[in-house]
Design a protein around this ligand. Structure first.
Ligand SMILES: NC(=O)c1ccc[n+]([C@@H]2O[C@H](COP(=O)([O-])OP(=O)(O)OC[C@H]3O[C@@H](n4cnc5c(N)ncnc54)[C@H](OP(=O)(O)O)[C@@H]3O)[C@@H](O)[C@H]2O)c1
Length: 223
């Protein structure tokens, strides 16, 4: 049976994609994730072809545990929709001290996808969700990316000192748009290093409104 993993399946794009795919493809199975197992369980309860699992992509230990849990399912993975993403309006790091936007949107996607590579079917498609905001030639209302060496992007104080910004919120937005540029670079690297599978970056376009939680930390007017 064909199995697809969808990360960040509890709100916004991930939730809509999960509901659509699972109802249109009842013969396929889905592994859906949230940082809170109970939240994924709540979504999965409405379907018979869905297994909920806990996953925090910013935490390498959580990715390790998730990989073990997927292996126990004894399935081949035919698709990954690496949709989980985050934006922060205050300086934030993960448990290991890595800047949280980079840890979630870039390193987390890399770790997740490479952990799953041995379990992918030969025709597997891996989709990493990117964003228009990576492109300085498009008007998105977001600041341009300021790409730096990955080691600097991972270092919260160092990247804060190097990125020209006007406030914590503005810096968080720059980190976000930069992370989405890094996702494009990551997809190029995955294509180069794993020609056996298909890697795609998917830009959903602007999705404003209450269904997206991406601006959950913004001031009320900016939301
Ligand atoms: N909204 C837009 O206009 C827009 C535009 C272009 C691209 N995008 C991209 O589209 C994707 C989905 O965005 P959205 O608007 O649907 O956002 P959203 O409503 O905030 O959903 C993001 C999902 O990611 C999960 N998540 C956040 N941090 C995580 C972590 N550390 N580990 C695992 N899961 C995590 C959340 O799940 P839990 O809280 O349940 O863990 C949530 O379900 C993101 O990659 C975003 O960058 C959004």
């Amino acid at each position: 049976m064909s199995t697809t993993i969808i990360t960040g399946a509890t709100s916004g794009l991930g939730l809509a994609t999960t509901r659509l795919l699972a109802s249109q493809r009842p013969e396929e199975s889905f592994i859906i994730t949230s940082r809170k197992l109970a939240s994924a369980q709540k979504v999965a309860n409405a379907f018979t072809n869905m297994t909920p699992m806990a996953l925090d992509v910013s935490d390498p230990d959580s990715i390790k545990q998730f990989t073990e849990n997927v292996k126990k399912q004894n399935v081949l993975i035919s698709g990954i929709i690496a949709n989980a993403g985050a934006q922060f309006t205050k300086p934030t790091t993960n448990k290991q001290g890595v800047e949280a936007t980079f840890a979630t949107n870039v390193i987390g996607q890399y770790r997740l996808v490479t952990s799953m590579q041995p379990l992918l079917s030969s025709d597997a498609k891996v989709i990493l969700v990117s964003s228009d905001t990576h492109d300085r030639h498009k008007f998105t209302g977001m600041p341009n990316p300021q790409y730096l060496a990955p080691a600097t992007l991972a270092d919260e104080p160092k990247s804060s000192a190097e990125m020209k910004h006007s406030s914590d919120t503005n810096l968080g937005q720059i980190r976000y748009t930069t992370s989405k540029l890094a996702v494009i670079y990551l997809v190029h690297a995955l294509v180069k290093h794993d020609p056996k599978h298909t890697y795609i970056s998917f830009n959903p376009g602007l999705m404003p409104g209450k269904d997206s939680g991406l601006a959950r930390n913004y001031a009320p007017a900016a939301k």
